[in-house]
Ligand binder design. Structure first.
Ligand code: CA
Length: 242
């Protein structure tokens, strides 16, 4: 049973969502204040599987809540509810560490589809092996790094970097397609599940972030390469011919 925290100060909207999600079998709690929600989510006892987070909130706004969550190394999946489908809000949300967004107003069916997408991605990362007990992508080693996709952590000698759900999902997709060029549009569709024409800067921002984690010099990437005019290519082995 999935446990959802709705952070929304419009009472009728929050209560309507709660009733509808409870009818779908979710366990739902509501907070209306950003700071109070942040305190609950960073408490050691927090057991939420997913957070629906409005942007405009009393206390702290949604961007701040998700940013503080990630700083506190709390990586629960967060879906941001944006008032308008403004590209800037979407980008800002992803930058802060949100995993998905939904412009208001939305249909319940769309919300349910996106929620199950988020929860599925989380399961996909967490599952320890598939039916035959082997999944070569539970862990991946390259250069001096090790990625543990189940724990969503990147390790290297003497350090580690926890990854958000979207960072881990993007990295896993790139690793699965190592050696191939993948387009920004394909990444938006396959990793973010975004079908509409969204600004592909979202992808670029995440790639820039991953490079800071995995490259010796983020400005001179050797693993996560830009393929001009198309997209990106991940290479595990360094090209010794330069
Ligand atoms: Ca609000």
């Amino acid at each position: 049973m999935n446990h959802i925290l709705i952070v929304e100060d419009e009472e009728h909207l929050a209560n309507g969502l709660k009733l509808n999600l409870e009818a779908e079998g979710f366990v739902v709690e509501v907070e209306e204040n950003g700071q109070v929600a942040l305190n609950r989510l960073t408490a050691a006892s927090s057991e939420f599987d997913v957070v629906l987070l409005d942007v405009m909130l009393p206390g702290l706004d949604g961007f701040e809540v998700v940013r503080h969550l990630r700083e506190a190394r709390q990586f629960v999946p967060v879906m941001l509810l944006t008032a308008r489908a403004h590209t800037d809000d979407i980008l800002r949300g992803f930058e802060a560490g949100a995993d998905d967004y939904l412009p208001k107003p939305f249909d319940l069916s769309i919300l349910l589809a996106r929620l199950s997408g988020l929860l599925r991605r989380r399961m996909w990362l967490r599952e320890s092996g598939d039916a035959d007990g082997e999944d070569e992508f539970d862990e991946f080693h390259f250069a001096d790094k090790r990625i543990d996709f189940c724990r969503q952590v990147l390790y290297w000698d003497g350090g580690e970097q926890p990854l958000t759900l979207m960072e881990a999902t993007l990295l896993r997709y790139l690793v699965r397609h190592a050696g191939s060029t993948v387009s920004r549009k394909a990444l938006l569709e396959k990793v973010w599940g975004v079908r509409e024409d969204t600004d592909t800067r979202t992808v670029d921002n995440f790639v820039a972030r991953l490079r800071r984690y995995i490259e010796a010099e983020a400005a001179r990437p050797r693993h996560l390469l830009t393929v001009r005019g198309v997209g990106y290519r991940f290479v595990a082995e360094l090209d010794t011919q330069g």
